[in-house]
Design a binder for this molecule. Structure first.
Ligand SMILES: Nc1ncnc2c1ncn2[C@@H]1O[C@H](COP(=O)(O)OP(=O)(O)OP(=O)(O)O)[C@@H](O)[C@H]1O
Length: 506
């Protein structure tokens, strides 16, 4: 059988075929990727393709001359190209965030020609696979952001534990003490002052406290502060996040277990969180997620002051003050039969509603300053300075994730901006790049025809304008106190009778 005739336009030797494959792969990547550049052995940019040039303005360059010829880390913030040069290892897929946005990138080493591909590294190639991954790779990026957030929180916690340990002269065996005090709760708006007043009062009592509020509003922070200001401050502060522990492990986590209580259990048995919290405070976070099957046992423990470790048949007394928290609507869960009514009343002795950030927008400048300093300390960058129009833009947002989300935005600002002074336009761009889906623009930042409309609104009878403002203030205060009239009246500095009168005469 004769071999098929070879194509005379193709190289006939293996080396030639490989060289051709490498050339066409290079061209293919150059045309299908969003952009490509090359650096030499010293890390200097030596070439960029057409695609890459469109990122230059966002990186702060007017022309390619300001980019090519410079060291890669001088012109691309947060780049990891140097590592590829140093290790010779490719990074096939990575996320890069800098002031030009977030990108999915590849980094490949370039080696001197060598038969087995192990020649010395003579440069590297950077490829932007996707820009705007927020839209193209939304699920992946959302997951990444979530993981990043958890990692940041864990790092913060570790850092603060380490500094406390250093202060206490401890190496290991950290005491379980309050991490925050009332001073850590930033805010002097009426809603913030009111919630701190309630919490301080709760610290003087021994009854159970129930902290209610959206995610990220500071419920855990307040639980620490209440413990730290209570007579039990010298005792332990022990917390259980009920939503984070699998249902099957919760009972052992709460009450402990006797030696050999179940297959796989530690032979020596273990004490539970109730016992760990003896003499101190037990913080039950996400109590609304407590499985119904365990609620009866929790209720009994709270009523009797005794627990029964799994598999022990023995009752053990404990002495812990309970603070519970939830972002869920407990009365609704009770109505649906998913939360025991008797347990709800047992926990709801001192309820404290923690207002969402949008109900205390006046605290945003102080929070920006405190959280900005904290971010700067961690990243080693200077804290961002937000100009008044940028602060107004922040104040106008909905803040579904509350303080946690605000901190995240400040982290993005520090990471994505070169200048320290940020105005509303820069901030709006960063918010968009950070994936904030809906950006509210406050009236003061609307285009001028809106400003005209605002001016016209001021030219109406004063009584009408005052009544309107009063209605808005009452509605906002009612929303922030969850409809509690006494707290609303206090917040607004009026008597309850006046509040009822104003509500009846809108
Ligand atoms: N008033 C505040 N001042 C300063 N930092 C705050 C304030 N409130 C919350 N934080 C910070 O915001 C983050 C979230 O707060 P925290 O964990 O207490 O909220 P949470 O209501 O318990 O949230 P979740 O329900 O999701 O557990 C924490 O890092 C906390 O330190």
């Amino acid at each position: 059988m004769s071999a098929a005739p070879t194509d005379p336009t193709l190289p006939q030797d293996a080396q030639g075929i490989l060289a051709l494959a490498a050339r066409s792969m290079f061209q293919l990547f150059s045309s299908i990727s969003q952009g490509m550049f090359l650096i030499d052995r010293s890390g200097r940019i030596v070439w960029v393709n057409e695609g890459y040039r469109r990122f230059l303005p966002a990186l702060g360059f007017d022309g390619v001359d300001q980019f090519v010829g410079h060291m890669v880390e001088e012109v691309i913030p947060n780049t990891q190209m140097r590592r590829v040069l140093e290790t010779g290892e490719p990074v096939l897929v990575d996320l890069l965030t800098n002031k030009a946005g977030t990108f999915v990138v590849s980094r490949l080493p370039l080696r001197e020609e060598h038969d087995d591909g192990t020649g010395p590294v003579i440069g590297a190639i950077g490829i932007v696979l996707f820009d705007h991954p927020q839209t193209t790779l939304q699920p992946l990026v959302a997951k990444f952001a979530l993981l990043q957030r958890d990692l940041d929180e864990a790092r913060r916690e570790l850092a603060s534990q380490a500094s406390r340990a250093a202060r206490n002269g401890l190496e290991g065996g950290l005491p379980r003490q309050a991490k925050y005090s009332f001073a850590s709760f930033i805010g002097s708006s009426p809603a913030a002052v009111e919630v701190k007043r309630h919490a301080r009062r709760a610290a003087q009592s021994t009854s159970p406290v129930l902290l209610l509020g959206e995610t990220g509003t500071g419920k855990e922070l307040l639980a620490h502060a209440i413990h730290g200001a209570s007579a039990r401050a010298a005792g332990p502060f022990v917390s259980v996040n009920i939503a984070a522990v699998p249902d099957t492990l919760l009972e052992a986590e709460f009450f402990g277990f006797a030696p050999g209580a179940f297959t796989g259990a530690d032979r020596r048995g273990r004490e539970g969180k109730f016992k760990f919290a003896d003499g101190g405070t037990l913080f039950l976070d996400e109590i609304g997620d407590m499985p119904l099957s365990l609620q009866a046992k929790l209720l009994r423990a709270l009523q009797e002051g005794e627990i029964e470790p799994l598999g022990s048949n023995k009752l053990v007394a404990f002495d812990a003050r309970v603070i519970a928290a939830t972002s869920r609507d407990l009365p609704a869960l009770v109505a649906q039969g998913r939360f025991r009514e008797d347990l709800y009343y047992r926990l709801n002795v001192l309820p404290i509603r923690v207002p969402p950030l949008r109900a205390r927008r006046g605290d945003i400048p102080a929070l920006v300053e405190a959280l900005g300093d904290e971010v700067a300390q961690r990243t080693g960058d200077a804290p961002p300075e937000l100009l008044p129009d940028a602060l107004a833009l922040l104040a106008g947002q909905h803040w579904r994730g509350n303080i946690r989300e605000l901190r995240n935005v400040l982290e993005q600002v520090t990471m994505r901006s070169d200048s320290q002074r940020i105005d509303a336009m820069q901030l709006e761009r960063i918010l968009r790049e950070a994936g904030l889906d809906q950006i509210e623009r406050p009236a003061t930042l609307q285009p001028s025809h809106d400003a005209d409309a605002q001016a016209a609104l001021l030219l109406r009878p004063l009584s009408q304008q005052v009544a309107e403002l009063e209605r808005k203030a009452i509605a906002a205060a009612l929303a922030s106190t969850g409809g509690n009239k006494l707290a609303t009246a206090r917040l607004l500095g009026i008597s309850r009778a006046t509040l009822y009168e104003r509500m009846g005469n809108p």
